[in-house]
Design a protein around this ligand. Structure first.
Ligand SMILES: [Zn+2]
Ligand SMILES: [Zn+2]
Length: 109
């Protein structure tokens, strides 16, 4: 029997626009913010998930301000195109994930 893929949360790397070019080794392994290249602390970083770029596995992380800003922009873009988010108060899974990230970004580090 084939195991069903978990209906898990949408991976953050697929929700946000995360740069793939000019990424340093430190950014690729999540030591520096993937957007602003600031060094990250354990508490101030948001895990963006795993991705593979040119066959290399990366674990990008973002600082809170960058993640929050990027998530908020993505949320606005998404809400325009998503009937569920536009018409239902609750919104869809993707909308939820983006809202959560936006809030995380705003929370004090
Ligand atoms: Zn940053
Ligand atoms: Zn939606």
């Amino acid at each position: 029997m084939k195991q069903a893929t978990a209906p898990a949360a949408v991976a953050t790397v697929e929700l946000l626009t995360i740069p793939t070019e000019g990424v340093t080794g430190r950014q690729a392994r999540g030591a520096d913010c993937i957007w602003c290249a600031d060094p990250l602390t354990a508490g101030g970083a948001i895990l963006l998930g795993e991705r593979i770029v040119d066959g290399v596995r990366q674990f990008p992380r973002g600082c809170r301000p960058c993640t929050g800003r990027t998530a908020y922009r993505a949320l606005l873009d998404h809400a325009q195109d998503c009937a569920t988010c536009r018409t239902e108060g609750g919104g869809c899974d993707k909308g939820h994930a983006l809202q959560r990230l936006t809030k995380q970004g705003r929370a004090a580090a």
